[in-house]
Design a protein around this ligand. Structure first.
Ligand code: PEP
Ligand code: MN
Length: 349
């Protein structure tokens, strides 16, 4: 259960509610937010009688939350949250933005070429990791800070907002200087200290599902970010590990309607990591939009065969353009739109 305080409720009124909850034998978890403070009640097995709390001064509303995650749940906020990462690029509304780009930033030239190809294909944002979580310590680890400055240049040349990954607390602050949206990768979905850090930074976050995470685990991880006062969270289905060796991961399409029922947060699909195989990416992207995904995250490389990471699942630029055109048709069939490319803000080259 949640006790939602009125906007501007006095600290003493919050304390009073906490005291009453404690006296009722439960644990109170105050969650201060930008708009309102809510006090979560934990330690209850069943439904709590909220009538005593509802009558206290400063209390606006009592919400019964049945899920272990609270602020992330639709019970907490029935209307869908729209997360805007840059002017005109929003997730969770009618639009279905396509975020495209290489797995990793490899060089200035490679990311600029990628950005121009993404824009020409109709993507709304550019992806690309400067800090790369690789399964092997001997694999390419990303260009780090230099990669971030290449991404900044790509944005200034194309106007495309940047989605790029942070792997640790220190990196999160560096990434936040450049990124329009901070990606938390599958391997870090349960890095709770990183989740709290990006919660405090306050920029939009793209939170990827861990490769062995349940939907509930994913939503609880998102709760860490919201509990720090940042509700600009976009969830991402990117496939889970299974016993089947025919695919890198099993793309869990059902996660999309499942999450949308349980949570007000937008959820995008990453069919690249979800399949690991180039020829399977477009079918799964089309299926994801048909299933109601709030966006698509897709890997595209100007020269996939020379990619330093994930080349086998990266689309060629012309395949991305064809896919975006198809996604436009699928989106229209389900009452959504894939936006047209916006004009280049500055042409540097
Ligand atoms: C990526 O987006 O390139 C990536 C590393 O994805 P994931 O964290 O889903 O493996
Ligand atoms: Mn990748």
């Amino acid at each position: 259960m949640l006790v939602v305080m009125q906007h501007g409720a006095a600290p003493a009124e919050v304390d009073r509610v906490v005291d009453v909850i404690t006296a009722m034998g439960y644990e109170a978890r105050p969650m201060p937010g930008a708009q309102r403070t809510a006090i979560g009640i934990v330690g209850n097995d069943g439904r709590v009688d909220g009538s005593r709390l509802a009558a206290l001064p400063g209390v606006a509303q009592i919400i019964h939350v049945t899920q272990p995650y609270k602020q992330v749940s639709r019970e907490w906020r029935p209307e869908s949250t729209i997360v805007t990462i840059a002017p005109g690029v929003s997730f969770g509304g009618d639009e279905v933005p396509v975020v495209a780009g290489p797995c990793s930033v490899e060089s200035e030239r490679q990311i600029l070429e990628s950005a121009h190809a993404a824009l020409a294909a109709g993507a709304s944002a550019l992806r690309g990791g400067a800090f790369k979580p690789r399964s092997s310590p001997y694999s390419f680890q990303g260009l780090g800070k230099k990669g971030l400055s290449h991404l900044a240049l790509a944005r200034s040349e194309t106007g495309l907002p940047i989605v790029t990954e942070a792997m640790d607390d220190e990196g999160a602050h560096l990434v936040a200087e450049v990124a329009d949206c901070i990606q938390i990768g599958a391997r870090n979905m349960q890095n709770y200290s990183l989740l709290k850090t990006v919660g405090r930074i306050g920029k939009p976050v793209l939170l990827k599902r861990g490769m062995a995470a349940t939907i509930s685990d994913l939503l609880l991880s998102a709760e860490y970010i919201l509990s720090e006062g940042n509700d600009k969270v976009i969830l991402c289905e990117r496939g889970v590990r299974t016993f089947d060796t025919s695919a890198r991961n099993m793309f869990d399409l059902t996660a999309i309607p499942t999450v949308q029922k349980l949570s007000h947060l937008p959820i995008v699909a990453d069919p690249s990591h979800g399949t690991g195989v180039r020829e399977r990416v477009a079918p799964m992207a089309r299926a994801a939009v048909a299933a109601g995904a709030d966006g698509i995250l897709v890997e595209m490389h100007p020269h996939p065969d020379a990619a330093l990471s994930d080349g086998a699942q990266s689309l060629f630029p012309e395949q991305l353009a064809e896919l975006v055109a198809q996604l436009r048709a699928v989106a229209a069939a389900v009452g959504r739109t894939v936006r047209q490319p916006h004009p280049v803000v500055t042409a540097g080259r």
